[in-house]
Design a binder for this molecule. Structure first.
Ligand code: UD1
Ligand code: CA
Length: 456
């Protein structure tokens, strides 16, 4: 197989997004659109991926450099068209011996198979291949002019098309593959004699045909190549992504009673036999193992949930939360960077941040791991089988030994040995009859119009 290379176009200003953030850094499934294109290039096995950015886009250039390395970020000085944009990658791909694919960074959902189909046409002898689709409303897309054998003759931009060409339903997705050296050779011949006075990448097809080279179309679905130009289109593409994920997980044996209310991230992993109740949101980095139940209104990010664990309703798992087999995390419990051991329970109103909870431990309602002093963070270790009384504050760094107890309402600032009981709260005083006498004194004062000092 020929080596593969990718050029990702990201130089567009994206003015229609009306956002201070560069368009292609907006996210689908919790991942910037640009990173989707880079991930596709990687899955296609591309040896080198060049991202073309515009000048004066520091935030975008930095993001691109993090994804592919600064040496693979090319700058297109002026926005002179898609051919000019690809040409900006010429220096990086000067010695590229193999097949190159052009992707748009604002088109995030292209399936791997579609990219493979485009490359496959080159392997079968085509010199240029574009991904095309049957457009519901082809109006703004370039039209694919095909010959009787379905090979590609030319791409005509809508602005330059004749009445007859505008009737063509087969549209250009923008994805194009060609041998890298041929691509850069033909790019030198592209002229801007068209309605927009731009250098069109699409002209590569007629230039190749002029040399008696074969051009081909690989087909894909319209939703796979839906581009994003506005906030509304961003939401539409997000909806397509969510729909695909929900269908995928249900096909894989995940129970979703209200799939349309559950939101996944690009990398969410859910095993068969998991139930996800309504209104659950997955940010990136979550893995759920079989038999776990994620109850309604929970939010999970960067967390691992073990087999049979019960999460929520209304739970929040933050990065580094590792919930072991059969553990329970209940309502209004927030867990961050804590491993909760097998069968341990924290069922109500708690913050567990930075530490460990041993197997079978019970964390009472309202327990707080006081992990931060305003400058540094510290760990709280709760041993196996420990019982933390309700409303305990565990001031880290602190360790509760295995089987240890803390009395409700305690503020624990020192380690508690294994099997010890720690009580750290005011000692209870009971005064018989004092409530009654207090009420009588106050009622009498009020009746006499005598306000105590400070009363208003
Ligand atoms: C392009 C195709 C059209 C196809 C459509 C699919 C050409 C001439 N036309 O049209 O056939 O149907 O995409 O959406 O290629 N870009 C740069 N630098 C530039 C110009 C564009 O980086 O100088 C980037 C844009 O940011 C964008 C992509 O290239 O991501 C496509 O450019 P755009 O101008 O939107 O092309 P279309 O007119 O939509
Ligand atoms: Ca476009």
């Amino acid at each position: 197989m020929a080596d593969r290379f990718a050029v990702i176009l990201a130089a567009g200003k994206g003015t229609r997004m009306k956002s201070p953030k560069p368009k292609v850094l907006h996210e689908i499934g919790g991942r910037p659109m640009l990173a989707w294109s880079v991930a596709l290039a990687k899955e296609l096995g591309c040896k080198r991926t060049v991202i073309v950015v515009g000048p004066d886009m520091p935030q975008l250039s930095e993001a691109a450099a993090r994804l592919v390395g600064a040496e693979n970020v090319a700058v297109q000085k002026d926005q002179l068209g898609t051919a000019n944009a690809v040409d900006a990658a010429r220096a990086q791909l000067a010695n590229a011996d193999g097949h190159a694919i052009v992707l748009y960074a604002d088109t995030p959902l292209i399936p791997l198979e579609a990219g493979e189909r485009a490359f496959a046409e080159l392997d079968k002898g085509a010199s240029v291949c574009v991904l095309g689709f049957k457009a519901k409303l082809p109006n703004r897309y370039g039209r694919l002019v095909t010959a009787s054998d379905n090979s590609l003759e030319a791409i005509v931009e809508a602005n330059d098309a004749t009445e007859a060409q505008l009737k063509i339903e087969l549209a250009n997705s923008g994805v194009m593959a060609a041998p890298a050296n041929l691509m850069f050779e033909l790019l030198k011949e592209v002229k801007n004699a068209n309605a927009k006075k731009e250098y069109y990448l699409t002209d590569l097809v007629s230039l190749a045909r002029g040399r008696k080279l074969k051009a081909a179309v690989a087909l894909c679905e319209e939703r796979d190549v839906q581009g994003v130009n506005s906030q509304a289109e961003l939401a539409q593409v997000e909806a397509v992504f969510q729909q695909q994920k929900r269908t995928h997980f249900m096909t894989e044996g995940v129970t979703l009673p209200a799939p349309e209310t559950v939101y996944f991230a690009h990398d969410t992993r859910v095993a068969p036999g998991v139930t996800i109740e309504p209104n659950v949101v997955f940010a990136p980095g979550v893995t759920i193992e079989t038999g776990a139940v994620i109850r309604a209104f929970s939010h999970l990010e960067g967390a691992k949930v073990g087999p049979g664990a019960l999460i929520g309703p209304y739970a929040r798992l933050r990065p580094g939360a590792v919930i072991s087999k059969d553990a329970h995390i209940g309502n209004f419990v927030e867990v961050k960077n804590v491993t909760v051991g097998e069968g341990a329970k924290a069922n109500h109103l708690s913050y567990l941040g930075d530490g460990e909870v041993g197997a079978g431990a019970n964390i009472g309602a309202g327990t707080i791991f006081c992990n931060y002093d305003g400058f540094f963070k510290y760990r709280t270790i709760v041993g196996a089988g420990a019982f933390i009384g309700s409303n305990s504050s565990l001031v880290a760094p602190v360790t509760i030994g295995a089987g240890g107890y803390t009395g409700s309402g305690s503020v624990i600032v020192k380690d508690v040995p294994a099997d010890a009981l720690a009580i750290a709260r005011g000692v209870q005083v009971v005064k018989e009859g004092r409530a009654k006498s207090f009420r009588e004194e106050k009622a009498a004062a009020k009746k006499a119009g005598k306000k105590p000092p400070g009363a208003i």
